[in-house]
Design a protein around this ligand. Sequence first.
Ligand code: GLC
Length: 535
Amino acid sequence: MNIPWYHKTTIYQIYPRSFYDSNKDGIGDLKGILSKLDYLQGLGFETLWISPFFSSPQADLGYDISNYTDVSPDYGTMDDALQLIDEVHKRRMRIVFDMVMNHTSIEHDWFKESRASRDNPKARWYLWKDKPNNWKSMTGGSGWHDAKERGQYYWSSFLPMQPDLNYRNPEVKKTMFDIVRFWLGKGVDGFRLDIFNVIYKDAEFRDNPFSTKVVPTEDDASGFFQESKYTMNQPESFLFAKELRNVCNEFGEKMLLGEIQGNTEIIKNYMTENGDGLGLVFNFEMLNFKFTAEYFFKLISKIEKDFPSPFMPVYVFSNHDRRRSIHRINEDVRKAKLLHLLQLTVRGVPCIYYGEEIGMTDSKFPFGAAIDPIPHKFKFVPRIVLDAIGLTINRDEVRTPMQWNGTMNAGFSSAHKTWLPVHKNHKAINVDVESKDTDSLLNVIRGLLKIRREESAFSEGILELMENLPRNVLGFKRKSGMNEFIVLLNFGAAGKELNIEQGECVFSLSEKTVLDHNKLSLPGYGGAILKIMGA
Ligand code: GLC
């Protein structure tokens, strides 16, 4: 069976604005990423996903594009982008860009033309109606917005400055597919697809049914008292995934990684069994993980049942929209190590967010001063309520500059002021300090990535969960051909003793892990990988 490269890879997400500032303006840029490629190669990730750096008024920090084939001066030039592709490839890594296909910026020339009148050449490039129906946007409130020039309303799934394109218009589809071809022609290895689940809306604009649900969840996008029946996951969107795959196939084996809100069946409709759809979709339910063996046993069982080979799940615990994973585990580095031991050895593509490898933590900023547009929409809701529901409203808090060292601005920039303040804990939590500490989270992740690259059982093998382990202990086997490994993880604070039939310890999270005469002692929050001999 041919397993595509993107099912075997490991992904590192870079938020360019916050990674490294090469020109002292306080904003990270492409040259900054270029200068850190050796760090990323040394760390051992195989694929880099770069959040958008295209021309944009930055009202949603680049997720509002005004020209898909040009680079925002905030981040550099087209030459920088091409050099980045080239330099990543020289290091035998891959690079995927972020395609925001669903909507443009309100400042895109297409939209300016479209809104000018009802009969211009781009009049049907967006979704226009004389009167709004009952549809709510993903961020709450009506998604219909008045455009006086045209005397009509346009639809936007996310925020008002991000009008949705009309993919029922063949010209729009062709133009966007040509943009995809443009970047594939430049050598990118694929795309992460922004809010792909809303790409089509009901052709007849039928009203959405009432729902009692208030807060949308990962598996069910209904919310704000409305089912998302006619605004999300339309049958045409599944077909569109296949059309996009066909476009990519013109250029070889390319990664398509979907951001989808929906249940298992919906996700599988986008991925398709024979691989002619997206190929990868984030398994977002685990962003809300609970740090217990029981939770992960159930999660892995469910994923193995719902997404057996040839499907490949994506294990993701943090991104630029959600709280950093370490926030959910009381910023406890021992727990973070265990979490990443799981993420890098389980059957699935791991996706790590910049700074997660050193245990960067969230900042806390007042909503009123936010650069992120979302908190301005929710200023009237007390923060305590939003925190209690577990919503990440002010995304600035998870986007602070990368902490490279303990010097000014954490070594991210030598500007007087950075676009967001660096976290005050940067003196203790940074790449420099952790590189020198053999026991750091950074070095644990580096070590795990090395094992994963060397042992195909982790990237290609089957997974078997182990039953009847002591309380708080999770274990699974990974097997490929003659190679077999056991991964054991102790989610409890107390040490555990386990009887092991055979095996040699090839990795452990703590020196206190001892394997002696088939008895494995795992300290609290300890974890180990055992290689099974003669299998
Ligand atoms: C996705 C992005 C998010 C962005 C939104 C609108 O959810 O991850 O950052 O604001 O889409 O493009």
